[in-house]
Ligand binder design. Structure first.
Ligand SMILES: Cc1cc2nc3c(=O)[nH]c(=O)nc-3n(C[C@H](O)[C@H](O)[C@H](O)COP(=O)(O)OP(=O)(O)OC[C@H]3O[C@@H](n4cnc5c(N)ncnc54)[C@H](O)[C@@H]3O)c2cc1C
Length: 378
């Protein structure tokens, strides 16, 4: 029986542990806190699932596959983890990122529809789209209950036979690139070690040495107390690529999410203060005021501080740094939705069935913003 140590029980590590445990691996999953803890990127109340990724079809396909995987996970766990509320992209130009996305989705037979900005009134209680060129509607996109999904995935991994160890794992002193981890001075060995440590990865391995720097940024998430008409699934999720703004209707009574995807300031995930900046609140209100005017004065109901672990080109890291030692990280703020499908892909890599795509390697990467939003704010 092949053995693996997965370090980190965020959604990436937990999903991988589950996949490997149910396909015959002996799995040890090491987590310094507990699955779903407040510092995790995966512990956000909600995360969006969408297939649009501009001109890139690899992530579009993976997201579409992941949607089925999330449904299966719901059936297994008996929990509702995914609200298929649909998603509207607000396209400022006729031939930009959203247009490229629409072309890819159509080629892949992933349902989508190009709509007139005036159609926004059909989806939202109030909508101003006079600055827009068109809307791109993804009916099968939606909102994942992220923190809960992370806890459920970790629990299923344990039920499938993974051993969950609560400890801080470190590379073995003097020999960081061994297929082993050090826990409280004791060394654990396995055929493979996967460091799925999210924003903690740069403190463990200097990926910049290989040409791929990892930057950790503070991201403020805001939910506003909107009237009942703004409840998901009646109200879809939405993304304004040009303005780097996104959100969704109220899920579970925690308010309507309206927040920025623009990169925040450098951040330390373990000890960084988790209070949102007033500037983030002002920015979100300014956006709401333009798009959904009456919500500009809605009370702030719920906030979270999270972190992105960004590569320069927003492509992930799936890289073997020494025989049997893998880094899985650099999610770049868009990895939650893909997790179950990504786990199957990485399991294939670990099992030697296929090599990872070259794009995920540790090499010099050119700055590029094609996979999330423009980074511009207005
Ligand atoms: C504000 C925000 C909004 C986002 N929105 C979306 C979205 O809408 N859609 C989407 O798909 N994605 C989104 N993302 C990205 C998504 O949340 C991440 O891609 C995903 O959660 C990354 O999971 P992870 O498992 O890699 O990291 P994490 O969830 O951070 O987990 C890493 C884990 O490793 C553990 N760990 C680290 N070091 C050690 C160690 N030495 N020993 C033991 N344990 C260790 C940590 O404690 C942690 O639990 C968003 C992210 C943020 C911050």
């Amino acid at each position: 029986m092949k053995s693996v140590i997965v370090v980190g029980a965020g959604i990436w590590g937990a999903s991988l542990a589950l996949r490997l445990a149910e396909t015959g691996w002996r799995v040890t999953l090491v987590e310094q806190h507990q699955p779903g803890h407040v510092r995790q990127a995966s512990a956000g109340e909600t995360r969006l699932l969408r297939c649009s990724h501009g001109a890139d079809d690899w992530y579009a396909r993976l997201a579409w596959q992941a949607r089925d995987d999330w449904r299966r996970l719901e059936e297994r766990s008996g929990e509702v983890l995914y609200h298929e509320a649909g998603m509207l992209w607000f396209a400022g130009t006729s031939d930009g990122w959203e247009n490229a996305s629409a072309r890819v989705l159509k080629n892949l037979d992933i349902p989508c529809e190009v709509l007139d900005p005036a159609d926004g009134a059909r989806f939202f209680p109030e909508f101003r789209g006079d600055d827009l060129s068109f809307l791109l509607w993804e009916p099968h996109a939606g909102v994942l209950r992220a923190r809960r999904a992370t806890q459920v995935t970790a629990r299923l991994a344990v039920e499938a036979g993974a051993r969950l160890v609560r400890a801080r794992a470190l590379p073995v002193p003097g020999e960081p690139y061994q297929s082993a981890v050090a826990i409280d001075g004791e060394v654990l060995r396995a055929d493979r070690v996967v460091w799925a440590c999210g924003a903690w990865l740069p403190a463990l391995f200097d990926t910049a040495l290989f040409g791929t720097p990892l930057t950790v940024t503070k991201q403020d998430t805001l939910h506003f107390a909107a009237p009942p008409a703004w409840t998901t699934p009646g109200v879809p999720a939405w993304v304004d690529y040009g303005a780097s703004a996104y959100g969704h209707g109220d899920v579970d009574g925690v308010g309507m999410k309206a927040t920025s995807d623009a990169e925040g300031r450098p951040y330390e995930p373990e000890h960084g203060e988790r209070t949102v900046d007033q500037a983030s609140v002002d920015q979100a209100r300014a956006y709401l005021g333009r798009r959904f005017p009456s919500l500009a004065s809605a009370p702030l109901l719920f906030t979270q501080v999270c972190q992105y672990a960004l590569t320069p080109d927003a492509e992930w890291i799936i890289a073997e740094v020494a025989p049997g030692v893998w880094l899985l990280g650099g999610d770049s703020g868009h990895g939650f939705k893909h997790a179950p499908a990504l786990a199957a892909y990485v399991a294939g890599v670990l099992g030697g069935e296929h090599a990872p795509e070259p794009r995920f390697g540790l090499h010099e990467r050119l700055p590029s913003r094609g996979l999330r939003t423009s980074g511009e704010v207005w």
